[in-house]
Design a protein around this ligand. Structure first.
Ligand code: GLN
Length: 531
C-alpha cells in the first residue's frame, strides 16, 4: 500500500547494484490517470518533482536521484494516463492495422517495449521497476500483467514484494496480511523471489519462517524493513541481511556484497554528527505534510551532513505568522521560504523574509521565496509600499514580479510552466558564485512568473545584487542581499541535491547558519565571562 516505502526500497536496490559496479536505473509505474504529476496538489500527493527534461513527476523520483546521483528522464515514469494517451494516439494514427486494441496484448506489449527500450537506451545492466499502488487494485492490474509476461520472457528477472507486517501488541508481529498479499500476487501469476517486510518491530525467526513457508521461499529470502533513523540507512540494513547476495544469485552476477564504506560515512554523519545543531525554519503553506517539501528537507539534510551538524528543521505555517508576527523566528540560524503558488500566507512569508534581512539571519529563497524576497526589498528598501507579484495583485503600480512573456497566451494548466533545466550565468564575485565555484550552472525550474525586467535597474541602484541570469534571455535567475546573507533563486536547486553532492545554495545556508550559531554562542560566552 502507499506510504510503505517502495520508492526507498527501489532506490536502495539500485544503490546496492550501483555500488557493485552495475548500472541500474529505476522505472516507476503509477496507476492514476493523470498524464504526469504537474496538476496534483502537493498537500494530497506530496511534492511535484521536476527532472532536467522538464517532466513533472512523482516524489519518488527525488528519492531515486538522491540515492543514485544519476539524472532520470521522463522515460522512467509511466502513469496510467501517459500509457493510455500514448496508445490512443497510436490508434488514431491507424497504427494497429485494423485490429481491435486491447489491454492484452497491445497495452502490455507497449509496456514491455517501454521497459526494454529504457534499459537499452540508457545502456543499463538492470531496470528496477517500482509498481505503485497495492496488489489487487484495478489501477495497476495491467502493469502487473505486463510484468508477469516479462518474468517469463526475460532470463534474468526477479520480483520483490514489499508488504506490511503490523504488530498489534509487542512481540506479536502479524504475518497474515503478508500471506494474503502474497497469495493475491501469486494468483495473478507472479511469484515473488523475495519478500521485504515493513514492520513495527524486528521480525522473529518464527514469523520469518511462516512468511517463507506460505510464500514458497527459503527464509533467507525474507527481509526486515525496519524504521530507520534516516532513509539513507536502508541500503546498509538490507545489505547486512544478505539481500545483495540473494539478488546476485537470482540475476547471476558477482555475489560479493556491496562496498558501502563511503556511503556509510555520510550516513553516519546524518545519524550522529559531531558539530552540534543548527535550527532551520521552513516557512511555507503546506507545513502539515512534510512530503510537500521533501526535496527541500532532504537538501538541508545533505548540506548539514557535509558540515557534520544536525539540522533541527521546523515547518512554520506562514499564515500563522500573519497573526503572531515574525519575532518567533529569532531563535533560528537560517530561514527558507520554498516554492509555492497562490495567495494564502503570502504576507506571512514576506514578513519572515523582512525579519531575516533586518536581523541578519541567513536566508534562502526558492522560486516563490525568491520572488517574495524581491517584493520585500521593493517595499522596504525602495519604498514602493504597493509592490507585489502580479500573481497575487495585478493592479499594483509596481508589479516587480510579472508573468513571463511566453506565459501570457497559455491557458492550459498541465505541463505549461517554464519547466526543467536552464543554464544560468553567475556574476563573478557574488556569494552565489563562490558557493557554486563556477560561472555557468544548470538548475531546474517550475514557474510562470519572473523578476520584471523593467525594475531591475532600480533594484541594482538600491544595492540588490543580481547574481545570476539566464545565459541567453537575461531572465533574472538569482539575487542576493548586499550583506551576502540572503540568496534567492528562481530555480529549484533542491531537485539536484544529493547525499553525495549537496546543492551549493544549501551549503551556503547551512555554512552561514553554523557561523551565526557560533557567533551567538561566543557572544553569550563572553557575556558570562564579563559578568
Ligand atoms: N507561483 C510562482 C510562479 O509561478 C512560483 C512558482 C514556484 O515557486 N515554483 O512563478
Amino acid at each position: 500500500m502507499s506510504g510503505l516505502g517502495k520508492g526507498i526500497l527501489t532506490a536502495s536496490i539500485c544503490k546496492l547494484l550501483q555500488l557493485k559496479g552495475y548500472k541500474a536505473i529505476p522505472l516507476k509505474m503509477d496507476g492514476y490517470l493523470n498524464v504526469d504529476c504537474g496538476t496534483m496538489n502537493p498537500f494530497r500527493h506530496g511534492e511535484v518533482f521536476v527532472l532536467d527534461d522538464g517532466s513533472e513527476v512523482d516524489m519518488d523520483f527525488g528519492t531515486y536521484e538522491r540515492f543514485i546521483n544519476v539524472p532520470m528522464t521522463r522515460f522512467s515514469s509511466i502513469t496510467g494516463g501517459k500509457i493510455f494517451q500514448h496508445i490512443i494516439q497510436k490508434e488514431r494514427e491507424g497504427r494497429f492495422l485494423g485490429r481491435d486494441v486491447q489491454i492484452v496484448p497491445h497495452l502490455t506489449d507497449e509496456l514491455k517495449d517501454w521497459i526494454r527500450r529504457l534499459g537499452d537506451e540508457a545502456n543499463a545492466d538492470f531496470v528496477v521497476i517500482e509498481v505503485g499502488g497495492t496488489v489487487g487494485d484495478l489501477e495497476n492490474s495491467y502493469f502487473i500483467e505486463a510484468i508477469r509476461q516479462l518474468s517469463y520472457e526475460e532470463k534474468y528477472f526477479m520480483t520483490i514484494q514489499l508488504t506490511r507486517v503490523p504488530s498489534l501488541s509487542k512481540g506479536e508481529p502479524k504475518t497474515k496480511p503478508t500471506q494474503h498479499a502474497n497469495h493475491l500476487i501469486q494468483s495473478m501469476g507472479l511469484r515473488p523471489d523475495a519478500i521485504v517486510c515493513r514492520e513495527d518491530e524486528p521480525l522473529n525467526q518464527e514469523s520469518i519462517e511462516k512468511i517463507a513457508l506460505f510464500a514458497n521461499l527459503r527464509p533467507e529470502f525474507v527481509y526486515d524493513d525496519p524504521t530507520v533513523s534516516t532513509v539513507y540507512e536502508l541500503p546498509r540494513v538490507l545489505n547486512d541481511q544478505g539481500i545483495t547476495r540473494a539478488i546476485s544469485s537470482k540475476l547471476d552476477i558477482d555475489p560479493s556484497p556491496a562496498d558501502l564504506t563511503s556511503w556509510n560515512t555520510l550516513v553516519n554523519r546524518i545519524i550522529s554528527p559531531s558539530k552540534g545543531e543548527v535550527h532551520i525554519a521552513l516557512v511555507g503553506k503546506y507545513t502539515s505534510t512534510k512530503d510537500a517539501y521533501a526535496s527541500v528537507y532532504e537538501s538541508i539534510i545533505h548540506a548539514a551532513a557535509h558540515y557534520d551538524v544536525k539540522p533541527v528543521i521546523d515547518f512554520i505555517e506562514s499564515a500563522q505568522l500573519e497573526e503572531s508576527g515574525p519575532s518567533a523566528l529569532s531563535k533560528y540560524d537560517g530561514i527558507i521560504v520554498p516554492g509555492g503558488f497562490g495567495k494564502r500566507g503570502i504576507e506571512g512569508k514576506i514578513s519572515a523574509i523582512n525579519y531575516a534581512r533586518t536581523n541578519s539571519i541567513p536566508y534562502l529563497g526558492l522560486c516563490l521565496g525568491m520572488q517574495l524576497m524581491v517584493v520585500e526589498y521593493a517595499r522596504n528598501v525602495l519604498g514602493w509600499k504597493d509592490a507585489h507579484t502580479s500573481e497575487i495583485n495585478n493592479e499594483t503600480k509596481h508589479p516587480v514580479i510579472d508573468l513571463l512573456p511566453e506565459q501570457k497566451s497559455i491557458d492550459k494548466k498541465g505541463g505549461t510552466m517554464r519547466l526543467g533545466a536552464y543554464t544560468m550565468q553567475l556574476t563573478p564575485g557574488t556569494t552565489a558564485n563562490g558557493y557554486y565555484g563556477s560561472e555557468f550552472v544548470d538548475e531546474r525550474h517550475r514557474h510562470r512568473y519572473e523578476v520584471n525586467p523593467e525594475f531591475v535597474h532600480d533594484f541594482e541602484e538600491h544595492g540588490l545584487v543580481i547574481s545570476g541570469r539566464h545565459k541567453d534571455s537575461g531572465v533574472v535567475e538569482m539575487v542576493e542581499w548586499p550583506n551576502g546573507l540572503g540568496i534567492g533563486t528562481q530555480a529549484h536547486p533542491e531537485f539536484k541535491s544529493r547525499l553525495e553532492k549537496p546543492a551549493p545554495l544549501f551549503l551556503f545556508l547551512i555554512d552561514n547558519a553554523v557561523k551565526r550559531r557560533n557567533r551567538i554562542k561566543n557572544v553569550g560566552e563572553n557575556k558570562t565571562k564579563t559578568n
